[in-house]
Design a protein around this ligand. Structure first.
Ligand SMILES: [Zn+2]
Length: 382
């Protein structure tokens, strides 16, 4: 929501009427307040919103404007009531003098006021306005306000329209996620885990050992348990921060990000020669998916089968163990870092065989649909 304040120039007649309405608004405010006070003193409760609405009927102000005053009085009284219940000392809402009643409120655009080339307000009709800047978005409410100087203003609140997704002209990349190196990108970039992770994890192992040695049900054990839990929390906070930072950077820099679909059970070391932290992977994939749209980036999940073994150059399957860090293809002679090879295979799968193309084929569309459903999951994730 944004507010726009424009100077208005009511005619003499309009100004008289505006002032009369302020006067009525002030009287209404005071009358409603008096009613609340009376009822509370006599019977010990406040009138409901409905009772107040009955009083405001045909008061002479614009219908929604007078209803809004009833709302305001009701809320103000209720607030005092709640505070007093809590034991907070506070005064009853104040009666207003005409100096303190400065504005008339119109809560709904299209009923009571309009603004296009002309500015019209019921019952004042067309009022001259100086729109010194462009009003963006959809107008919601209007407040007519008289400043102490005597000048009148129209204050609009407007809801800004959703920004269209930015166009991202960056390159397309494939990402291979791992444990030792957090991520290897198909353009040879490597993202390593923050250094302090290792230190934290060593410390965690250490205090966990200490914890397990403590006597059961002892005070020391209880304390050690808290220490372990606190460190756990710290580590997962750090990890989340790290994943947020990386995912934001990736969707802002690249137009397409491809990564493996995690099929958690099959995704074991024997099958694909991978070591991946499941929880971290899911969190990261969710973050990428829900940040992508707003950044004009597309996230694609590809079949993870044999991404480590396949040659990114000729497609041959080259067997490897976890210890083999280099992809050495006997067919085409390609020698390259094992994770970089995998990242390139992932990118090729996402772009349908053309590493540089962003064209959608049917597989890609399906994966995008999947990414969208993941995005919804991500929204519920906190
Ligand atoms: Zn090859």
């Amino acid at each position: 929501m944004r507010a726009y304040k424009f100077r208005i120039y009511p005619s003499k007649k309009q100004e008289e009427l505006l002032n009369k309405h302020l006067w009525l608004a002030k009287n209404l405010w005071n009358e409603l307040l008096e009613e609340c006070k009376q009822l509370y003193e006599d019977f010990g409760y406040f009138p409901t919103k409905n009772t107040l609405q009955l009083i405001v009927k045909n008061y002479g102000l614009y219908s929604q404007t007078q209803q809004e005053i009833a709302h305001r009085v009701h809320n103000a009284v209720l607030r005092v009531f709640k505070l007093r219940k809590k034991g907070v000392k506070c005064g009853f809402p104040r009666f207003k003098s005409i100096e303190r009643m400065k504005s008339l409120h119109y809560p709904q655009y299209g009923t009571g006021f309009w603004l296009d080339k002309k500015f019209k307000v019921t019952p004042f009709d067309e009022i001259a306005i100086k729109k010194h800047r462009e009003l963006k978005g959809r107008i919601k409410t209007l407040t007519l306000k008289k400043e102490s100087s005597g000048k009148w203003f129209a204050i609009f609140t407007a809801e800004e329209e959703k920004q269209l997704p930015k166009e991202n002209k960056g390159e397309a990349i494939g990402i291979d996620l791992g444990l030792k190196t957090f991520a290897t990108l198909s353009n040879s970039l490597k993202i390593s885990n923050p250094r302090h992770f290792k230190r934290y994890e060593e410390r965690l192992a250490f205090i966990q050992r200490k914890f397990s040695k403590k006597k059961k049900r002892s005070y020391q054990r209880k304390r050690a348990k808290i220490r372990v839990a606190k460190l756990h929390e710290k580590i997962s906070d750090c990890r989340r921060d790290f994943l947020h930072k990386i995912s934001t950077d990736l969707v802002n820099i690249y137009s397409l990000v491809a990564l493996e679909k995690l099929a958690s059970k099959e995704m074991s070391e024997e099958n694909y020669g991978k070591q991946i932290n499941d929880a971290g992977w899911n969190m990261f994939a969710n973050m990428l998916a829900y940040k992508a749209e707003g950044a004009g980036c597309m996230v694609v999940f590809v079949n993870p089968e044999n991404t480590t073994k396949e040659c990114s150059n000729c497609g041959a399957i080259v067997e490897k163990t976890l210890q083999d860090r280099i992809h050495n293809c006997p067919c085409c002679g390609l020698i390259v870092d094992r994770d970089l090879n995998a990242a390139r295979v992932i990118l090729t799968r996402a772009t349908g065989g053309h590493p540089e193309s962003n064209a959608c084929d049917s597989l890609l569309e399906r994966d995008v649909a999947e990414a969208t459903s993941m995005k919804q999951e991500a929204l519920t994730y906190s």
